[in-house]
Design a binder for this molecule. Sequence first.
Ligand code: HEM
Length: 333
Amino acid sequence: MTLSMSFLMFFSILAFVPLCFSHNANGGYYLYPQFYEHSCPGAQEIVKSVVAKAVAKDARMAASLLRLHFHDCFVKGCDASVLLDSSGTIISEKRSNPNRDSLRGFEVIDEIKSAIEKECPHTVSCADIAAIAARDSTVLAGGPSWEVPLGRRDSRGASLSGSNNNIPAPNNTFQTILTKFKLQGLNIVDLVALSGSHTIGNARCTSFRQRLYNQSGNGQPDYSLDQSYATQLRTRCPRSGGDQNLFVLDFVTPTKFDNFYYKNILASKGLLSSDQVLLTKSEASMELVKKYAMNNELFLEQFAKSMVKMGNISPLTGSRGEIRNRCRTINKY
Ligand code: HEM
């Protein structure tokens, strides 16, 4: 073999060393879809079947599981911190403003985890279960599919303040929302595409009441909301009371994962202020809203890419964190 041939061979072998063995910029390992291929080959099937059963019983559960992964990833990374109950020194993120009386799906994650523990004890993290469940939920609602990079481990703590501060609120300004995304390494394209999650699921009256009665403190409604739609919303979202009343986020196709979210925004019928500001407060995001409203395929494709990006936020890998026995509690030594 000539020297140049052996060089060629060496470099072509290097090219095939899987990314999974290399370190990422933060000194952790890269996530990769085949992480459980040998250690728990049935894991993905188990998640899929439990999620399918839960969504068949309650269509909204698809939306709730998708949101659960988002609220996990924005607080200390995608490490299942959101799943921990309060106990000992842990103050649960479930009590935070964005999560209280709102975040759902914990029982479904528990059911998946106990089925997986039976098949492959102490192997699959709760953070990975949440990421796969978010993908399966999207698919069940008619959205795109993607391969979920895996290998996350679970945190040994939670952050109530992280949950309150990092997750955007529906009345945040466009700039605040974009800044909160940028702090997680996500950009304006990710913001507009991931907000498209609001094509499914519900919001409570308390999350948008301000728009109906007193948007900026002068007793006037939000005029960027279609006024006949606003009148309709007021019937079940009064000035006071009815805080927990539920409204669909996409009134045209409330359980179908499609681009009606963006079409509604163009018609001034985005339910949350954080939805409507994507059109009204930034030229760049307005262009993206129009693009996704016009082209469903483009939206679905970008959504899948942005979900993978969100799922990569600061995972615990290697020997960091742990594989919890139960998603609600850290392991005891
Ligand atoms: C851009 C900033 C965002 C804001 C301000 C925001 C805010 C909200 C609010 C206020 C609700 C209703 C909660 C309630 O009233 O109980 C909601 C629901 C929801 N959000 Fe977001 N969200 C944002 C981005 C996202 C992202 C990035 C995702 C997913 C990747 C997502 C997925 C969902 C889903 C699926 C629901 C419906 C949940 C259900 O029906 O259980 N949201 N969001």
